[in-house]
Design a protein around this ligand. Structure first.
Ligand SMILES: *Cc1c(COP(=O)(O)O)cnc(C)c1O
Length: 405
C-alpha cells in the first residue's frame, strides 16, 4: 500500500504553486530542535532557521504547550475586541524596550508598512504635508508590499511594478555624508536595518547609527529601525539597537518574534502615537490570540541571560569552526554579522559556486541560506545545541570538499 505521505511530491509545486519560489528538491516533513527530516526520512541540521524565524528551533516543547493551551481557549476575535494574550505580549515588549505603544500585524512587510504610514501621518499632522520624504539605503530590504519594496534599496524587487510611491530617496549605507547631502526639513523619516540582512549580512557601524540619530533630531525626522531580522535575541541582545547606545522612534519586529508562528509588531513612543485615532490603520489578524500567546512565550524564553549569552557563545563557536574550515579550503574572504546572524563572504573566484555549495550541503545533510549573491547566511535557532553545531560544521566541511572536485 502506498502511504499517503508519498502521494504529494515536490513536482506538485511546479504544477500548482505560483512559481515565485524555487524550493529545494526535498520536502521537509518534521522538525525537532535544530534538525529536520524530509519525506525520505533523511535528516538535516538546520542553520537556516526558517530564514531567521524559528528562533527556538522546531517544535520547542514550551511553545508547543503554549499553542496547545491557547488553541483550547480562544483562536480569534478580531480587533473589535482586545484580548488577553495581546495585552500580555504588549506589556512585555514595552517593559523590555524604549517603546510605550505597540501595533501588532502578521508579517514583516506589514509592520514596516505601518511604520512608514505612521511616519508620514505623524509628519503630516504635526508639521505639514510637504514633510513626507523617506530616506532609506541602497541594498536594504524592507518587505514585498509596493510601499516596502519601493523603500527597499534593491530595484530588482520593485522594477516593473510601477508606478511606485513617491518621496523615497536612497543613500549609501554606512556613509553619513550621503545622508547629509539629501536630508532636509521635508524629510519625515530615515529607515535603516542595523544589519542589512537580505543585502548580505552587513552590520551598520556605531558611528553611522549615532549620526543618523543626531540628524533625525536636527531635522525633526523619525528614526525607524527595521529589526525584523535582528530583533528578539538574534544578535545576543533582545534588540540589536542595544549595541548602539541609540533608541529609535519606531521599531519593527517579526521573524524571531513568533518562533515560527506568523506575527509582527511595530513599537513606538507615546509622542509618535499621540496623533493616532481609531480607524486610520488596521488589520484583521493583527494581535491574534494564538500568535500573541506563542510570541509571549518566545519573549519569556529569549529574554533571559542564559539564552542571550548563549547566542554570543554559540556564535563564537560557529565562527571558530568556520575559520578552521577556511584554513583548509581558503574559500572565504570574511565572516561577518553579529550573534547568530552570520554571513560567510565567498571569495570572487568561488562565489559563482554558491548554489553548488548549498546543494552539496543539502546532500551532506546541512542547510544554509544565501544573502546577496556571494554570501552564505547562517541564522540558526538561538538555542542550537553544541553537538548540532559541531556535526553541522563537519557536514559543511564534506560539502566543500565535494566542491573542490
Ligand atoms: C524578512 C524581512 C522583512 C519582510 O518580512 P516579511 O515577513 O517577509 O514580510 C522586512 N525587513 C527585513 C529586515 C527582513 O529581514
Amino acid at each position: 500500500m502506498i502511504s499517503k505521505k508519498t502521494l504529494i511530491t515536490r513536482d506538485t509545486f511546479d504544477k500548482l504553486i505560483l512559481p515565485i519560489y524555487n524550493p529545494a528538491s526535498f520536502v521537509p516533513v518534521k522538525g525537532k530542535g535544530s534538525r529536520i527530516w524530509d519525506q525520505e526520512g533523511k535528516e538535516y541540521i538546520d542553520f537556516s532557521g526558517g530564514i531567521a524565524v524559528t528562533s527556538l528551533g522546531h517544535c520547542h516543547p514550551l511553545l508547543n504547550k503554549t499553542l496547545k493551551n491557547q488553541s483550547k481557549i480562544l483562536w480569534h476575535v478580531s480587533n473589535i475586541f482586545t484580548n488577553e494574550p495581546a495585552l500580555k505580549l504588549a506589556k512585555k515588549l514595552v517593559a523590555s524596550s524604549f517603546a510605550s505603544r505597540v501595533f501588532f500585524a502578521n508579517s514583516g512587510a506589514e509592520a514596516n508598512e505601518a511604520a512608514f504610514k505612521l511616519a508620514r501621518y505623524y509628519s503630516n499632522k504635526i508639521y505639514n504635508t510637504k514633510k513626507n520624504r523617506i530616506i532609506s539605503f541602497h541594498n536594504s530590504f524592507h518587505g514585498r508590499t509596493l510601499f516596502t519594496v519601493s523603500v527597499g534599496g534593491q530595484s530588482k524587487y520593485s522594477d516593473n511594478f510601477g508606478p511606485k510611491p513617491l518621496g523615497i530617496i536612497h543613500a549609501v549605507f554606512n556613509d553619513i555624508n550621503t545622508v547629509k547631502n539629501i536630508i532636509n526639513h521635508n524629510t519625515c523619516a530615515i529607515v535603516v536595518e542595523l544589519i542589512q540582512g537580505e543585502g548580505g549580512i552587513i552590520p551598520a557601524t556605531i558611528d553611522f547609527i549615532q549620526e543618523l540619530r543626531e540628524l533625525c533630531n536636527q531635522y525633526n525626522a523619525l528614526l525607524i529601525f527595521d529589526e525584523i531580522q535582528t530583533g528578539v535575541g538574534r544578535t545576543g541582545k533582545l534588540f540589536s539597537y542595544e549595541h548602539y547606545g541609540v533608541t529609535p522612534d519606531i521599531l519593527t519586529l517579526a521573524k524571531s518574534l513568533g518562533g515560527g508562528f506568523p506575527i509582527s509588531a511595530m513599537l513606538t513612543t507615546n509622542e509618535v502615537a499621540s496623533i493616532i485615532t481609531p480607524g486610520i490603520h488596521g488589520t484583521t489578524y493583527g494581535g491574534n490570540p494564538l500568535a500573541c500567546a506563542v510570541a509571549e512565550s518566545v519573549i519569556d524564553i529569549v529574554n533571559t541571560k542564559k539564552v542571550l549569552s548563549g547566542v554570543t557563545r554559540k556564535s563564537m563557536r560557529i565562527i571558530s569552526e568556520l575559520n578552521i574550515i577556511n584554513n583548509r579550503f581558503k574559500f572565504f574572504t570574511e565572516i561577518r554579522g553579529q550573534g547568530l546572524l552570520i554571513g560567510i563572504v565567498l571569495k570572487p573566484s568561488i562565489s559563482y559556486k554558491i548554489n553548488k555549495i548549498l546543494n552539496f550541503s543539502f546532500l551532506e545533510g546541512v542547510i544554509f541560506l544565501t544573502a546577496g549573491n556571494n554570501v552564505i547566511r547562517l541564522a540558526p535557532s538561538l538555542v542550537i545545541k553544541e553537538c548540532d553545531i559541531i556535526e553541522g560544521m563537519k557536514r559543511f566541511y564534506h560539502a566543500l570538499e565535494k566542491c573542490l572536485l
